[in-house]
Structures are given as C-alpha cells and as structure tokens.
Design a binder for this molecule. Structure first.
Ligand SMILES: Cc1cc2nc3c(=O)[nH]c(=O)nc-3n(C[C@H](O)[C@H](O)[C@H](O)COP(=O)(O)O)c2cc1C
Length: 191
C-alpha cells in the first residue's frame, strides 16, 4: 500500500513538509509506503479551461509543460492521497490550487479516477485562515468520491519560520493521529 503526499508550499522542506513527515512516520510504522512530492519550483500552470481532458479521456492534462501529468500518475497509482498546503491569504497556495484544478478536472473527465482512494488535507499556518484552506482541499476529495480521514483536531499545524511547527505539540499529535487513522482505514479497505 502506498500514500503519496503533495506539498503545495512555495518553499521546500518547511512547516508543511514537516507536518506531512509526522503523518508519514505513523504510516511507515504500519508498513505503508510513502512518497512526498514538493511543488516548490515546479511552477504548475493553472487550468486553461479547454476541456480537452473530457474529449481525450486519456488520464492526462493537455497542458503537458509541467509536473501535473506526473502528479496524476502518482495519484492514480496510490491508495491514499495527502494534499498539504501552507495558508496563504486565508486559503491554499497557488501551486496547490493548480494541482487541484488540473488533477481534479482530469479525474472527473475519466470517470472519477481517484474514487474510493483515502484522502486527507493538511495545513500549516502562522495565525489565521487555516480552516478555509483545509475546506478548500477537502472539496477535492469529496467531489471525487474519495473517503476522507479525520483526526483528533482539524489537520493544522502552527508555525511561521521554517521548522517552527516542531514546537506545536497539539499539531504534531493531530498529525500522528491522522497517520494512525489513515493506516487503520487503508488496512480495513485494502487488506
Ligand atoms: C504569501 C503568504 C501568505 C500568507 N498568508 C497567511 C495567512 O493568511 N494566514 C496565516 O496564518 N499564515 C499565512 N502565511 C504564513 C504561512 O502560512 C506559514 O509561514 C506557514 O508555516 C508556511 O509553511 P511552509 O514553511 O511550508 O512554507 C502566509 C505566508 C505567505 C508567504
């Protein structure tokens, strides 16, 4: 079994990546393979609304200039998907929005490609707007016939400078509980 995570932060290996890391530790303890894909520096383009994905139905986005088609393949091959973003102006990053719009539309054009995969959203924030970002990412799972996993709090970690989430004990507990719940669910439905 495999879980793939996408870090939408504009900076690599920051708080968002660290939050994913705590979830991964719990998944790996249960023997589940993990992979982190960081969108920083990849400059994924937004959806161009051409609807070619509905005409071609080949599980690919026609805008084949960036990492998005590789991301679709990673999602398609995984049993679980984590979408992780920092909070930017009370919502997700531009990179995460491009990922959601293009992978999500391609999935819809191909008969809900990711249906019944297990998904969860993760958010890093300095102070406010994280719930909005969390909700934005959850729309990807719930329209795609995916199964979302909860935790002991909403999946949010606090920090501004790189590494500061390591001081957010409740955030770390939330991530570890999320990882354990995701592993439990994956084993129930895939085992
Ligand atoms: C453009 C920009 C907008 C931001 N807007 C918010 C915000 O609305 N609310 C908030 O709590 N933090 C905001 N932040 C802070 C980041 O969410 C926070 O530093 C986060 O930990 C960054 O995660 P990273 O280390 O993975 O990049 C913003 C940061 C940037 C660069």
């Amino acid at each position: 079994m495999k879980v793939v995570a996408f870090n939408g932060s504009a900076r690599k290996n920051g708080n968002t990546a660290m939050l994913v890391g705590y979830v991964f530790e719990e998944l790996e303890k249960e023997g589940i393979e993990t992979e982190l894909i960081q969108l920083a520096g990849e400059h994924p383009h937004g959806c161009i609304a051409c609807y070619q994905c509905f005409k071609k139905k080949n599980k690919q986005c026609i805008v084949d200039l960036d990492c998005i088609n590789a991301c679709i393949e990673k999602m398609d091959a995984a049993d679980g998907i984590l979408l992780a973003s920092p909070t930017y102006f009370a919502d997700i990053s531009t990179e995460m929005k491009a990922l959601i719009d293009r992978t999500g539309m391609t999935a819809r054009a191909n008969g809900d490609l990711f249906q019944r995969k297990v998904g969860a959203a993760i958010v890093a924030r300095r102070r406010g707007g994280a719930i909005h970002a969390f909700d934005t990412m959850n729309h990807f799972f719930t329209i795609g016939q995916m199964i979302t996993v909860g935790s002991s709090y909403w999946n949010i970690g606090d920090g501004r400078e790189k590494g500061e989430v390591a001081d957010d004990r409740e955030g770390i507990t939330t991530m570890r509980d999320l990882g354990r719940n995701m592993a439990w669910l994956l084993k129930k439905i895939k085992g």
